[in-house]
Design a protein. Structure first.
Length: 214
């Protein structure tokens, strides 16, 4: 079995810091969270490799750098209420939970939801609330959210998510078509979204009522 702590530190040095991630809190959390615990046994030796990894149901855990970049873009101070769409393995969820007040996370595939619920319970997280539903509709009951992160690609920011984002809140999400997207960050100021594009990325599609159609 590999020395995961060593691999984790190497990942941070060679994939994260060298690519320009500089938020110390993000870097420290990546050094702490055991990514191997979110990965199926058959891929465990690849846990810290520089690419996405299958998590079942044709879904993937994102490449470590993309997780770090999206987290850094959220610019968390520690007191935020976050909505995450696309729980997947729960790795990104755990990172968010360490850096904020609470995380509401939605996964549409029941088997992933059940599996990840167990993983996050075993790791002892008390500020993560998981839901098995269509995240493209958001989660109205607990809105508004200071931050929203979507880890699946849509053609645009779903209207319900825009509505559920708090004033001065921020959303980070891949937007494009099924084959290629741009990572965008949008701040809600005076009830209007101000968008910045962070370049090309590739994500699995956001499936649902306000999800991808082309
Ligand atoms: N952040 C995850 C991680 O760390 O493992 C990776 C997520 S994976 C790239 C995208 C996830 O979004 C998949 O698990 C997929 O089932 C989920 N998804 C797609 N459409 C969704 C929707 N409408 N609502 C909730 N989850 C959705």
């Amino acid at each position: 079995m590999s020395d995961f702590k060593k691999l984790r530190n190497e990942m941070v040095e060679t994939q994260i810091i060298t690519r320009g991630i500089s938020d110390k809190k993000v870097i420290n959390i990546l050094r702490k969270i055991p990514r191997e615990k979110f990965i199926d046994k058959k891929f465990i030796e690849e846990a810290y490799d520089d690419h996405p990894i299958p998590i079942g149901e044709n879904q993937t855990i994102s490449q470590p750098y993309i997780v770090a970049l999206m987290t850094e873009l959220l610019r968390l101070k520690g007191n935020e209420k976050i909505l995450e769409i696309g729980t997947g393995s729960g790795y990104q969820t755990a990172i968010l939970a360490e850096l904020s007040k609470e995380v509401y996370s939605i996964e549409r595939i029941s088997s992933l939801y059940e599996k990840t619920k167990k993983t996050l319970q075993e790791l002892g997280y008390k500020n993560i609330f998981l839901f098995n539903s269509d995240g493209s509709e958001g989660l109205k009951d607990f809105a508004p959210y200071d931050r929203i992160i979507v880890t699946a690609a849509g053609n645009e920011i779903p209207q319900p998510l825009e509505e559920q984002l708090a004033e001065n809140g921020r959303i980070v999400m891949p937007v494009g078509d099924r084959f290629m997207q741009n990572l965008i960050m949008a701040d809600k100021i005076n009830n209007k979204l101000h968008i910045i594009n962070y370049g090309a990325v590739t994500f699995v599609p956001l499936i649902g009522k306000h999800g991808i159609s082309i």
